[in-house]
Write a protein that binds this ligand. Structure first.
Ligand code: ADP
Length: 236
């Protein structure tokens, strides 16, 4: 299973990715985590992106594409992966298409977690306040002003990917404002439809990339504006 989780900061991508890792035995590839590790280790790449990340802006496409390409070539990613936080721009999505074709692999689904932005801001701000109260360390980009910039970056640079993957027939939109377990169930249902395999009649043929894409057109669209009280979730 090869998936993309798409959604703004705080939509619950990290929480759902962990659930999918456990269920499908695939690896979670979070570009945010990879970049933070590079910053922590003070590698040349880390030094290059540290200020950009702290400002809430996106890192250059070539930097991020490079680390993803390296990572998906590693043996543990051969059974499948969840891309969390990548792609985040249309050029990144195009680069991903190119690298997957080069490796002879295809995406099974893109899962969009749809969220209400005002509720999202409240959710993240209260999470930050709780962490501060408990004396837990915050990320340098964990403050209301920077959060606003991260959301603007999402709206302007990442949201166009919804149309990109919708056009490619791989998009499944899930209501990310529902309780965590309900979101997981909706994702599982969407993926079960993808896993059913080729239509009767096409069953004998090996599944090519276009067939997999065509098969995953079924969408699990749910209303996005439900304002359900949420248990505290892992970030992302
Ligand atoms: P969030 O929790 O806001 O969803 P992440 O942990 O995924 O954020 O990423 C944190 C920061 O890392 C981003 O604000 C950005 O600076 C950088 N980053 C992560 N992934 C990418 C990407 N695919 N392209 C560009 N920058 C990225």
């Amino acid at each position: 299973m090869r998936l993309i989780l798409l959604g703004p900061p705080g939509a619950g991508k990290g929480t759902q990715a962990q659930h999918l890792v456990a269920k499908y035995g695939i690896v979670q590839l979070s570009t945010g985590d990879m970049l933070r590790a590079a910053v922590k280790a003070a590698t040349p790449l880390g030094r290059k992106v540290e200020g950009i990340m702290a400002s809430g802006a996106l890192c250059p496409d070539d930097v991020v594409v490079g680390i993803v390409e390296e990572r998906i070539s590693e043996p543990d990613a051969s059974k499948g992966f969840i891309l969390d936080g990548f792609p985040r721009t249309v050029p990144q999505a195009q680069a991903l298409d190119h690298m997957l074709a080069k490796h002879g692999i295809a995406l099974d689904a893109v899962i969009e977690l749809r969220v209400d932005e005002a509720a999202l801001v409240r959710r993240i701000e209260s999470r930050i306040a709780e962490m501060q109260k408990r004396g837990e360390p915050l990320r340098p980009d964990d403050n209301p002003d920077i959060l606003h910039r991260r959301l603007v970056a999402y709206r302007e640079q990442t949201a166009p990917l919804i149309a990109y993957y919708s056009d490619h027939g791989t998009l499944h939109s899930i209501d990310g404002m529902a309780p965590i377990a309900e979101v997981s169930t909706s994702i599982e249902k969407a993926l079960a439809a993808v896993e059913e395999g080729p239509e009767v009649g096409a069953a004998a043929a090996p599944q090519s990339a276009p067939q997999r894409v065509a098969k995953s057109v079924a969408k699990a669209v749910q209303p996005s504006a439900r304002k359900t009280a949420l248990p505290r979730a892992k970030r992302g």
